[in-house]
Design a protein around this ligand. Structure first.
Ligand SMILES: [Zn+2]
Length: 344
């Protein structure tokens, strides 16, 4: 009985000490949480649809109607994809980034007009011309966890087999990543945040090289966000003024990222109709990372199945891009990236 009493007092003591610790930790946690909320809010408020629009029209209309290796404008020295590379690198360097270029041998797709319009790409023959396409990298090195890497990527090229400006697919994702890089240029990250501008409308996809090289270096990539077709949706959804984003994942690790996108959309009142979806198999540039052994990889896309009526057609012009929608998706992705940056 007495011993029981001592035990009880001891247990109560241990319990109360434990409880105090818990209260203390949660108080500190919420302070940190508040600070984090405020800094994330500042970052997402800095996203500028006007800049997104300006870059979009530059890369998908004037002066660059397309971004492909097999088209050089009259009187120009470089093909339109290299000109786009120079534009992106110039902006990144102006914001203090060092830009790295990684060359990958690729071909342009042949065109098979017997297929439906959106799927007229067909494999090149080995004797068709080969080109060097470049992956562009820029990064913020992490302060406390530089080996922990978050990747935000977009394919920057337009369709190589057809004259489409590729505004929704995918100049908009490209300029979305560019805008994130601008906003994060002054941000002190704990982890490394790496921006990758790759190519997916030529073959093979240069994201495959990027992912495989990361694997062979042993990079610790904790999250990959692919921005592709952000803001493009069905004509009906556009007419109804919907602001949509689908975050699609392949593996359970990606599902966590998709759920985080939904959480930050609510927490920061971004206002997207945010949906998550499971992909039947790895696809697009996020899929290149899944296949290389990085399962925490997702795509942010306006609709799935992709509802843009001008998909892979000449009518994929910047005037049809929902820039406001894309800016909201950039905000949500930014909030997710910064949340992961500090969550170790
Ligand atoms: Zn495409």
């Amino acid at each position: 009985m007495r011993r029981m009493g001592i035990y009880t007092i001891g247990l109560l003591f241990l319990f109360s000490v434990g409880l105090l610790d818990t209260v203390q930790a949660s108080r500190e946690g919420s302070n940190d949480g508040n600070k984090m909320d405020a800094s994330i809010r500042r970052l997402i408020n800095a996203v500028d649809p006007g800049r997104i629009s300006k870059h979009l029209f530059y890369l998908a209309k004037d002066p660059l109607p397309y971004r492909k290796l097999n088209l050089t404008l009259p009187g120009h020295e470089k093909n339109t994809l290299y000109e786009a590379d120079d534009y992106l690198a110039g902006k990144l360097e102006a914001w203090g980034y060092r830009v790295e270029r990684e060359g990958v041998r690729v071909q342009v797709f042949r065109r098979d007009t017997s297929k439906p319009k959106h799927a007229q790409y067909s494999p090149p023959k080995p004797e068709d011309p080969w080109y060097t396409a470049y992956n562009l990298y820029a990064e913020r090195k992490g302060r406390s966890h530089p080996d922990r890497i978050i990747i935000v990527l977009a394919h920057k090229d337009s369709q190589s087999w057809i004259d489409s400006p590729g505004a929704n697919d995918n100049a908009i994702g490209t300029v979305g990543v560019l805008e994130m890089a601008r906003v994060l240029a002054e941000y002190t990250s704990e982890s490394t945040i790496r921006f990758l501008f790759c190519n997916e409308e030529h073959t093979p996809w240069t994201s495959k090289t990027a992912a495989q090289k990361a694997k062979s270096r042993g990079d610790n990539i904790v999250a990959v966000f692919n921005m592709d077709g952000i803001g493009a949706k069905t004509a009906q959804e556009t007419a109804a003024g919907k602001k949509t984003n689908v975050t699609a994942y392949t593996k359970p690790e990606g599902k966590h990222l998709a759920e985080l996108m939904a959480e930050v959309n609510t927490q920061y009142s971004i206002g997207l109709e945010q949906r998550t979806a499971e992909r039947p198999r790895p696809g697009d540039d996020d899929g290149s990372f899944v296949l290389a052994g990085y399962p925490a990889a997702v795509i942010n896309i306006g609709s799935l199945p992709y509802g843009d009526p001008n998909y892979h057609a000449e009518g994929d012009i910047p005037e049809t891009c929902d820039i406001e929608n894309a800016a909201m998706t950039v905000q949500a992705t930014l909030a997710a990236v910064v949340t992961i940056d500090r969550d170790f």
